[in-house]
Design a protein around this ligand. Sequence first.
Ligand SMILES: [Zn+2]
Ligand SMILES: [Zn+2]
Length: 398
Amino acid sequence: MDLPRAVGWAKGHRNVLVVAAIIFVFAGADLLINRPKGEGIQWFSAPLLGAGFGLLALIFWPTAKPGPMPRGDTLAHRLIRWATWRGRLVPLLPLLGLAIVVGDLAFNALLSAVPALLTHDLVALLFGAALLVYPFVPARYGRERDFVLLFVGVLALILVLPLLLVRLLLGDLRTSVDLYSAYALAPQTSALLSLLGVRNSIVFLPPETAPGIAFTTAGGLDVIVFITSACSGIYSFAIFASAFAAYVLTEQRTLTRRVFAFFALGILLAYAANILRMAVIVLIGYGFDTPQTGVQGMLVAHSNAGWIIFLAWVGLFWLLLFRFLPREEGTPQIGEATQTPQRGVFCGICGVVLTVAIPATRCPCGKFYHVECLAAEESCPNCHAPPSPHPATDRSAS
Ligand SMILES: [Zn+2]
Ligand SMILES: [Zn+2]
């Protein structure tokens, strides 16, 4: 596939690819930032980052002709319009973004027990930045703009807001993600392990704020695994849930029961996958049990298996999603030409691959175009025929 084809293909599937790219970039960055103890794992981060940025480059690579405008009336669009009082508050978004950025930096400098910028601050800063630039993004990238705003918005909603509320309610500024691990992760993982025949107990050993799972390996070694915030999986879970929410919102135009069921299922299964991930880590420690290699193996598994299981899970889920999520039907106006050409046919004007999402038409000469591209061009670049006024006949001919 040469570059224009690759770009056309990527632009045709850009909503899906943006999600994949974001997850790759986050996985790569996470491996780089929270560098695990296992040797060599950082080599995974380079291909992940490369794949993520490569996809983003393809999606935003300029083409000769701009191609069809993205559909405006998505759930995301309506949600943002509603939240901004029919768009009247949009000019104020940069101010809000600035307030969040300054507020977070001030909180860190003045109040926080840990002045270093942590993951939560990063999310708050990203959200602030997304608000700052929102009104300045051209309408052509409206979908991407909505996607990014919703993605970081939901991420902040999951990661930052609950923590902020708990800190305010308890008056304890040091409360951390460990609270989530203690209530939503450790008991469930412990129960699953018991079910699998590994006797274990949950322990809290004060200075350590994270809960631990204590068990005896098959070889008789007593081990405690602490579920620290970095390995709790909450970050990968939150990234997945936010990307998924933003995708559904920017892709669908009506919240049907099926879309909602898919959404709920996706979040639930991501949570289940996280518990499974923790259990697998303990099981690896339990099984490979010579005193030296056992714990070592578990530590390596801790960091490596986490992302590998998570990425495998995400891949599988997306595959299922595209089989079963209702395709957004093109809603052709009456009399408008809509033809679904075979796979891998590119618009002869903008070079973007044709998909069922965007109405396409076939010129009598046999070339396929987006309806919108052909209308903008006013005549077929191949045979110079004007757009067919009675395209219904096209359909019967095909
Ligand atoms: Zn086109
Ligand atoms: Zn033609």
